[in-house]
Write a protein that binds this ligand. Structure first.
Ligand code: NZQ
Ligand code: ZN
Length: 388
């Protein structure tokens, strides 16, 4: 096992009827800005319920944080924070709203140009860069990203998507009530299953370091998603199925399975370029890239691919090649069984666009990806060609 530090201070309130914790954990004298998206939370009545819990606190609303949240939109919220002296943010939404709120929290009192926060990549932003952050909590409406219990955000700016990380941006608390997610369109649930699945494979299908606990938790998450993924799409109000999706998604990216193991974020980094270039949903980009990436990287990932085949898909027979082939095939079939297409051409993208994506990867410094930093632009090109 590799050395690791583990820190996660986010309080989780999981289950039905947990909104009353807002009153307990938002300071009584706080001036609160509720941040949300394009309207689903308003329409479902959730914003009204959240406001009721906030009682007599002074409350402002900031709506319109779009999927793949944009820097410009978030800077409008920063203006509200500064002009109204907001001292607590409450994100009500999915990954985009929570990520956007993390950025608002960091940018409101950063020392230089907030745009610079986009260029730290995976290097954590510290208190030397931001004078203070605005504390925030979240009410999760879409199980997928794990943003509700991690310190990362992905922010769109110009033609790119930029990871932003900081120990200062863990939510103070997150409310995970599976019933709040019942109103999701089926495609968003499918995206969520795939996002959680791929977060798990990116911390698991790398190379072995004898991290038995992390491996077995990862295998448990993958098997849970395979077992309940289709059910929770077909039966949106099946509480148990949805509860298992919600906790799988949180566990997939709260630091626990990634502690002490190699990590491969190449599927995500290539996927981000597909969202930025063609507007394809985050989860769908992962369904396109992962099967092709596993194929191209089968030698580097051989030992863990075999473990994945045997322990997750219970593939017992055949040669090593047969087992790996079948595991990749089953992965693709699983994504497709959720109603998500796995070929770039099925999203109307022509083969001659591969060059542009490779150029964008270069422009964004994504030239040494994966757990061994040897996915060069040429390897990314092979993956994209196979993903067509
Ligand atoms: O804007 P509204 O009207 O609320 O509609 C949203 C949005 O259109 C809708 N929605 C959310 N909850 C709903 C609902 N509709 C009905 N009922 C509900 N309960 O769903 C749509 C998509 O929402 P979004 O937040 O964009 O989805 P998701 O949670 O998948 O987040 C994707 C973003 O997270 C980033 C992605 O890059 C992308 O920008 N990621 C963040 C990560 C992190 N912070 O750790 C890791 C991930 O890998 C990912 O990159
Ligand atoms: Zn993701």
């Amino acid at each position: 096992m590799l050395n690791f530090n583990f820190y996660n201070p986010t309080r989780i309130f999981f289950g039905k009827d947990r909104l009353n914790n807002i009153d307990k954990f938002v300071p009584a004298d706080a001036k609160v800005l509720i941040t949300f998206g394009g309207g689903s939370a308003k329409k479902s009545g959730l914003i009204g319920r959240v406001k009721t819990e906030l009682g007599s606190r002074k409350v402002f609303e900031f709506s319109g944080i779009e999927p793949n949240p944009h820097y410009e939109t978030l800077m409008k919220a920063v203006e509200v924070v500064r002009s109204e002296n907001i001292d607590f943010l409450l994100a009500v939404g999915g990954g985009s709203v929570i990520d956007g709120t993390k950025f608002i929290s960091l940018a409101s009192y950063c020392k230089g140009d907030p745009r610079d926060l986009l260029y730290y990549g995976f290097m954590p932003i510290t208190s030397e860069v931001v004078e203070k952050v605005v504390p925030f909590g979240s009410v999760l409406t879409l199980p997928a990203t794990g943003s509700e219990m991690n310190n990362g955000a992905v922010i769109s700016y110009e033609h790119g998507k930029f990871p932003v990380m900081s120990e200062l941006t863990f939510p103070k608390f997150s409310i995970l009530d599976p019933t709040i997610t019942f109103t999701l369109p089926k495609i968003q649930v499918a995206n969520g299953v795939i996002d959680a699945f791929v977060h798990t494979t990116e911390q698991y299908i790398t190379f072995p370091v004898n991290a038995k606990v992390q491996d077995r938790i990862a295998e448990g998450i993958l098997q849970t998603l395979i077992e309940t993924g289709k059910t929770t799409i077909d039966e949106p109000e099946n509480y148990d199925a949805r509860a298992n999706l919600v906790w799988s998604a949180t566990m997939a990216l709260n630091g626990i399975i990634g502690a002490g193991v190699p990590q491969d974020w190449a599927t995500h980094m290539i996927g981000h370029e597909l969202t930025a270039a063609f507007g394809i949903d985050h989860g769908q980009t992962l369904a396109i890239v992962l099967p092709a990436l596993l194929e191209v990287r089968r030698e580097q990932k051989r030992a863990k691919l075999l473990q994945y085949a045997e322990r997750v898909w219970h593939i017992e027979n055949g040669t090593e090649e047969d087992k790996i082939n079948l595991a990749i095939k089953k992965t693709r079939e699983f994504f497709e069984s959720l109603g998500v297409r796995t070929h770039l051409s099925q999203y109307g993208v022509a083969a001659n666009k591969v060059d542009y994506i490779v150029e964008q990867l270069k422009a964004h410094g994504m030239t040494a990806l994966s757990e061994t930093q040897d996915i060069t632009p040429d390897v990314s090109r092979k993956i994209l060609e196979l993903a067509m």
